[in-house]
Design a protein around this ligand. Structure first.
Ligand SMILES: NC(=O)c1ccc[n+]([C@@H]2O[C@H](COP(=O)([O-])OP(=O)(O)OC[C@H]3O[C@@H](n4cnc5c(N)ncnc54)[C@H](O)[C@@H]3O)[C@@H](O)[C@H]2O)c1
Length: 345
């Protein structure tokens, strides 16, 4: 392909650096437009990254006819409205995780993607890590037999709560939306969306039968009490999911609690074997295939692929991304199920 895809990035906060790097270094894409409501920061980023167009309103970026695709890197509550508008305007969309702030929004995004015929991919970046790709192949080869239980989680110790503000070149910026329910904040949707997605991906997205859980707001109000900010989102969430095939999933996500250290983990239990994956540690495969119970630490040398590179490849080659809108919806249904179950409780 001779022409590069023209990319626009909407939202220039922390995660945008991965999009600048991913699209900027790809020989088949070029970032030609960016958008942020913070005008001073927008101007800074425009110069810093040498981008042609800058907009303070996402509607103006989407109206830019030269664009082939947009990356939506806004607070969660805006994901649906902006992604749907972009799809309706004929752009492919790479939307940051979580897909949306609630199930209704996620469902509308699926419909918009199907109607438009454009790609809508949720940027579940952990799926692309070599260890997850290795485990996915190992599972799909049948090495675990029937997977009947998965434990998945991301817990952080005290001291790792999302800060309400950060300093950047344009001045102090409020990032407190992570702690606000109305903005789609809270750990269940934030860290939880990654680990529920990973568990579902490795299990092959079985159909959900029931979801129960508890979402707690135990520490945020105390930790941020002198900062004058809203702190009504969940900071520790747990859940239990039953699937129609008889399997189940235990889920835990925490912005901060009295635990030893940060852990991001998936433990898969099958009737022929098991897997334990934890970020920062080697993958472990458990099996009796050789006649005795063994633990194997495999050598993993798969290439690192970014979500941006995969998204670009799928557009150019007209392929379906490994993260589909329907999968994003299924993850959102579980996350919302946990929060709703708490309200009932
Ligand atoms: N994949 C990952 O591992 C990962 C990591 C971090 C964040 N994220 C996701 O990326 C998204 C953004 O997170 P972040 O950490 O970059 O947030 P952030 O708060 O650092 O940045 C958000 C940016 O959006 C801008 N903004 C807010 N409302 C706007 C609007 N209406 N129009 C235009 N600009 C607006 C803000 O000025 C800010 O610069 C979230 O959905 C988050 O969950 C994903």
């Amino acid at each position: 392909m001779s022409k590069k895809l023209n990319i626009g990035i909407i939202g220039l906060g922390e995660i945008s650096s991965a999009h600048f790097a991913g699209f900027g270094s790809n020989p088949h894409s070029e970032i030609i437009a960016i958008c942020d409501s913070d005008e001073k920061w927008l101007e800074y980023c425009k110069k810093e990254h040498g981008v042609r167009y800058g907009f303070t309103k996402w509607q103006d970026l989407i109206a830019c006819e030269e664009l082939d695709a947009v990356a939506v890197c806004l607070p969660n509550v805006f994901h649906a409205e902006v992604s749907i508008a972009a799809l309706n305007a004929g752009k492919h969309v790479l939307c940051e995780k979580p897909m949306a702030a609630n199930v209704d929004d996620a469902r509308n995004m699926v419909e918009a993607a199907n109607r438009s015929g454009k790609i809508l991919m949720v940027s579940y970046n952990q799926r692309f890590s070599p260890d997850i790709q290795y485990i996915k192949r190992y599972v799909d080869e049948g090495n675990l037999g029937e997977i009947y239980f998965v434990r998945t989680g991301w817990r952080r110790p005290m001291g790792m709560f999302p800060g309400p503000g950060v300093a950047r070149a344009s001045g102090e910026y409020s990032r407190n939306w992570f702690n606000e329910k109305a903005m789609g904040g809270g750990v269940c949707f934030d860290l939880g969306s990654h680990v529920v997605d990973l568990a579902m991906y490795l299990m092959g997205f079985p159909k959900v039968k029931s979801v129960t859980g508890c979402a707690y707001t135990k520490f945020l109000p105390e930790v941020l009490k002198d900062r004058g900010v809203t702190t009504d989102a969940d900071d520790h969430s747990v859940g239990f999911v039953k699937f129609e095939n008889g399997a189940s999933m235990h889920f835990e996500a925490s912005f901060g609690s009295y635990v030893e250290r940060q852990q991001v983990f998936q433990a898969l239990y099958g009737n022929k074997g098991g897997v334990y994956r934890e970020i920062g540690a080697p993958v472990k495969l458990f099996s009796s295939a050789a006649g005795a119970y063994t633990t194997i630490v495999p050598r993993i040398d798969l290439p690192v692929v970014t979500p941006m590179a995969h998204f670009v490849e799928c557009i150019i080659e007209n392929k379906t991304p490994i993260v589909t809108p329907e999968q994003g919806l299924a993850v959102t249904e579980i996350l919302e199920g946990i929060l709703k179950s708490t309200e009932a409780f």
